[in-house]
Design a protein around this ligand. Structure first.
Ligand code: TMP
Length: 210
């Protein structure tokens, strides 16, 4: 694959959308051909699936939930991510396969082998070149979300969030090119670490570090 695939992961409200935008602008400012996208969603069909899977109050059983995320991923990967990578672009994606392992696997308790099989099918075997996992203290989930609308997954209880967070820690340890980013720090400190990791993985040149 000619391009580079960077995935930003982590619990809800961990600040990854802010970092994704900063990263997008970082690449744009240096003249890279870059695409910013997200899961679930990223294409018209996948965004429709997103509306269903995140609708508060809708009865979505765990296995159906898993298939909805994988359906979104399959469409998104084929329609948008793979063509962009083949064209040599940098693709920044908010969430990808690790979210499904953390939320549907560790959170809902679905067997990780089943999830990995479906991930493999939906991605056609595509793996990120770099996965950045933003983990913050749980108190920030409540503090940062006080005035925000909560989607169906954000309405899950503390026990669910703790299982999912623990899952992320285990997943980082066994995923190649995945790193924990301490998201309790300020935006600039976090971005500095992110750019350092891009350099380490030769996604940007060392002299381009800000
Ligand atoms: P977000 O776009 O605000 O991060 O919301 C997406 C929600 O969907 C978030 O709560 C995480 C959840 N999610 C899963 O449960 N499984 C998945 O595979 C993905 C991509 C997201």
């Amino acid at each position: 694959m000619k391009g580079k695939f960077i995935v930003l992961e982590g619990p809800d409200r961990c600040g990854k959308s802010t970092q994704a935008k900063l990263l997008y602008n970082y690449f744009l400012a240096r003249g890279y051909d870059v695409l910013l996208t997200r899961e679930p969603g990223g294409t018209p069909t996948a965004e429709r699936i997103r509306q269903i899977v995140l609708e508060p109050g809708l009865d979505v059983r765990p296995m159906a939930e898993l298939f909805l995320y994988e359906a979104s991923r399959s469409q998104h990967t084929q329609e948008k991510i793979l063509p962009a990578l083949e064209a040599g672009k940098i693709v920044i994606c908010e969430r990808y396969t690790m979210s499904t392992c953390a939320y549907q696997g560790y959170g809902r308790g679905i067997d990780l082998k089943t999830i990995e099989t479906l991930n493999q099918v939906a991605t056609l075997g595509l793996k990120p070149d770099l996965t950045l996992v933003f983990l913050m203290s749980d108190k920030y989930f409540t503090e940062r979300g006080e005035y925000l609308f909560s989607d169906r997954l954000e309405q899950e209880d503390l026990a669910f969030r703790q299982k999912m967070r623990q899952g992320y820690q285990e997943l980082i340890a066994r995923t190649p090119n995945a790193y924990l980013v301490d998201a309790d720090r300020n935006v600039d400190e976090i971005q500095h670490q992110v750019v350092g990791l891009l350099t380490k993985h030769h996604i940007v040149e060392a002299d381009a570090v800000c």
